[in-house]
Design a protein around this ligand. Sequence first.
Ligand code: FES
Ligand code: FES
Length: 159
Amino acid sequence: MKTVATFTVNGLPHEIAVEPHQLLIEVLREHLGLTGTKHSCGVGNCGACTVLVDGTPELACLTLAMEVRDKSVLTIEGLAKEGLLHPLQQAFVDYGAIQCGYCTPGMILTGKALLDDNPDPTEHEVREALAGNICRCTGYVKIVEAVLAAAEVMRKGGN
Ligand code: FES
Ligand code: FES
């Protein structure tokens, strides 16, 4: 039986009838058309589906839609402001940290949670934070460089 869930996605309130077993990734991609959240392994192993729930990285493939009731969800679509990429998005472009791009939304949102909590992380702390986000393409060096570069921009007040 469906229940109405109220939650916020990228700052906009939503009221959606969801089944008890329905996953957040399904609601985001299929009901709201937010396909930036990627479905990859589907079992919690890769991090591609990472979104922020009240600022904390969560795997949308393992999170029930009902679990985000009355909470605030941020997906990759909610990061750019007034046509300007978030410093993390810009740094991923500038540092060539994107190849196929499938892991990128999850990487960037995990990176955002890290920098919100720790604006001046060491390389080790970046690698540790991103440990649950798997990339099949890049070898991680450019991703780590991009997060560190974005941290510097943000410390200087960028975005
Ligand atoms: S798709 Fe969710 S962890 Fe891989
Ligand atoms: S850029 Fe292809 S999986 Fe990371």
